[in-house]
Design a protein around this ligand. Structure first.
Ligand code: GCB
Length: 607
């Protein structure tokens, strides 16, 4: 599905703004067909935004089930006869859409877009009504998974229920990304795939273009940043050769624009789409992650889409600020933990040269009790896997053309130590490789190296670990010993490069204590520094992503003080002491760290 864009032939109307909104605690709207008539007794709700923090009502913040959104819009009269589409950037987690009371689309999955062809429902020139119901319930057949717990005891009022989930971020819900109306001609471009290769100084862009009908003629032009044509081609697949290509490089992005034109049988331009293309290669070779053949060291963070008031709602001010902070701190990358982020953010990453690991929303596939089975007929079952495969395919289809995205992460901290994980993740890994033979794949690990049963299917070992925090809390003196022991074992067992994708400590901004104690800025900084001492000794460690970029909201619980405070920045994006330390470290490191003691460690690991 192509991101809606204004082009020579396409037009967009952004329906973001204030919508009418109504929660449905009695779960009656669908049965009573609320979409047939204008919604009654509504409140104002901004789109895009999570609805949870917009009002002063705790019941809405903690609502479980359906909420209803409604907006009116006009389709310009000039669009008469065209194909009219309604695109929803994301609705968390399930949604159904009606236009003028007629069902137009339904979708499961809260972090990827969907669209509806409303050509036959929308009335050009007149006022139309769109109604969207959004449901936030998580179960074992959604990603992320969850379960509804009901209580059957005297201590709870009848019917009391809670949404349980096993991941550590607040279950924000609503219409999180823009809703757009756009038009294309009936004969139109459906999809464009562009992958790059480099041969000497020549860049090669392989392309395929899918069209709604085969009879059109496809023409392509690749234009450089100065607006000069660098290559041109014809036909629905082929390749464009760019002599003396300027490569897309980390922190030195260079983007060509690929113009795709579809001519109708009458030779007239029927459709035009344009895409930013970065010419770059990615490859894992031995213990190195190569971008354009050069070793790349991941410096950065696991992040969240999360900010005050809007929750997970798209906010380009926050996104640009985050890009600026990444550059300020001398980072070069982040992981879209733990779900696909908005395409608008990936566009920014493409432009700034920030490298991205794109993650599927498979988080919370483990229970607190290590031995509790995850893959059972009533939990992670065949339906879960089918949905996981579908989301993976949709993610790759959406983000395949982003130069910034260099690797896919298929899950975060799944129970990969259970035997049933083997067929489950083998199928996912095989599918990812079939859909995208170019990019390396990974799965973010939680079990210890001798317990993991699936790492062999992946290219990179990504490890999350919280020594001296969840394990041996307060014992900073243990960090180096434990990190070195674990990482060396990962390498010994699997002979693959390692990225530490999560490590960190909660620090409440303004809390200080020396010698360092937990929850202070000093402790966070000292803990990170001790991890770094180890990374700098191990040649096979090719990246460090601190958890987390910024503080973020979680569900309420006794281990969280107004959210997760492992941010190096506060939720309002102010630096803690650790941010200053990282900024110095990553500046001094240059492009690739000098490793000390690597030879002995690697020799030891290979024994
Ligand atoms: C993890 C998770 C992340 C949590 C983090 C923490 O392992 O991947 O989502 O927020 O730990 O702070 O506990």
């Amino acid at each position: 599905m192509l991101f809606p864009k204004d082009t020579m032939t396409r037009e967009i109307k952004d329906l973001s703004g204030i919508w009418r909104f109504k929660a449905d605690p009695g779960n009656e709207g669908r049965e009573k067909k609320w979409y047939k008539e204008p919604l009654q007794d509504t409140i104002l709700m901004p789109v895009p935004a999570s609805y949870n923090d917009i009002t002063q009502d705790a019941a809405l913040r903690d609502h479980i089930g359906d909420v209803w959104y409604e907006q009116t819009f006009r389709v310009p009269r000039t669009w008469t006869g065209d194909r009219i589409m309604l695109w929803v950037g994301s609705a968390c987690h399930h949604a159904a859409v009606w236009v003028n009371g007629v069902e137009a689309a339904s979708h499961k999955g809260g972090f990827l877009p969907f669209e509806a062809d409303i050509t036959d429902i929308a009335l050009p020139g007149q006022e139309n009504r769109v109604t969207i119901v959004v449901n936030n319930i998580l179960n074992w057949q959604t990603l992320p998974p969850g379960r509804i717990k009901t209580f059957d005891d005297e201590k709870h009022p009848a019917g009391y229920r809670v949404q349980e989930y096993f991941h550590d971020f607040f279950n924000y819900a609503g219409i999180h990304r823009p809703v757009k109306l756009y038009r294309t001609s009936r004969l139109h471009i459906q999809d464009v795939t562009a992958t790059a290769d480099v041969q000497g100084g020549t860049g090669i862009v392989h392309y395929t273009v899918e069209c709604s009908r085969p009879e059109g003629e496809v023409r392509l032009r690749l234009v450089d940043e100065a607006g000069i044509e660098a290559a041109a081609g014809k036909g629905s697949s082929g390749h464009l050769r760019v002599e003396n290509a300027r490569l897309w490089k980390p922190l030195q992005a260079y983007l060509y624009t690929l113009h795709v034109e579809l001519l109708g049988p009458d030779g007239q331009l029927a459709d035009h789409y344009q895409l930013q293309v970065g010419i770059r290669t990615v490859k894992v070779e031995g213990t190195r992650f190569l971008i354009n053949g050069e070793p790349f060291y991941f410096k950065g963070f696991g992040k969240h889409e999360d900010s005050d008031i809007k929750g997970k709602g798209l906010d380009q001010a926050v996104n640009v600020k985050d890009m600026n902070l990444l550059k300020w701190i001398n980072a070069n990358s982040f992981r879209t933990s733990h779900y696909p982020y908005a395409e608008e953010l990936l566009d920014l990453a493409d432009r700034e040269g920030i490298v991205v690991i794109g993650e599927v929303p498979a988080v919370g596939f483990t229970f607190f009790n290590y031995n509790d089975k995850v893959y059972t007929p009533d939990q992670a079952n065949d339906e879960t896997l089918a949905h996981h495969l579908e989301v993976l395919s949709d993610l790759i289809a959406r983000d395949k053309n982003h130069a910034s995205v260099v690797m896919w992460s298929l899950a975060n901290e799944a129970a990969t130590f259970q035997e049933e994980a083997v067929p489950y993740f083998k199928e996912l890994a095989d599918t990812a490789r079939r859909l995208d033979p170019q990019r390396p794949i990974t799965i973010v690990q939680w079990p210890l190296p001798d317990k993991c049963k699936v790492a062999q299917f992946f290219d990179i070992i990504c490890v999350n670990r919280y020594y001296s925090w969840y394990q041996d809390p307060g014992a900073l003196e243990l960090v180096e010993h434990q990190v070195e022991w674990e990482l060396t074992n990962w390498f010994r067992n699997f002979q693959k490069p390692v990225i530490m994708t999560e490590y960190g400590a909660d620090a409440i901004a303004g809390f200080h204590q020396d010698p360092p104690a937990m929850f202070t800025e000093e402790y966070q900084q000292e803990l990170l520094t001790r991890y770094h001492n180890v990374f700098d000794r191990l040649d096979f460690v090719i990246g460090e992503h601190v958890w987390a970029f910024a503080d973020f909201a979680t569900k309420q619980g006794i281990t969280r003080i107004n959210g997760n405070k492992k941010g190096v920045f506060t939720r309002q994006r102010q630096p803690k002491a650790a941010a200053q330390m990282l900024r110095r470290r990553w500046a001094e490191m240059g492009e690739y760290p000098v490793k000390t003691g690597a030879a002995e460690i690697i020799a030891g690991a290979e024994k």
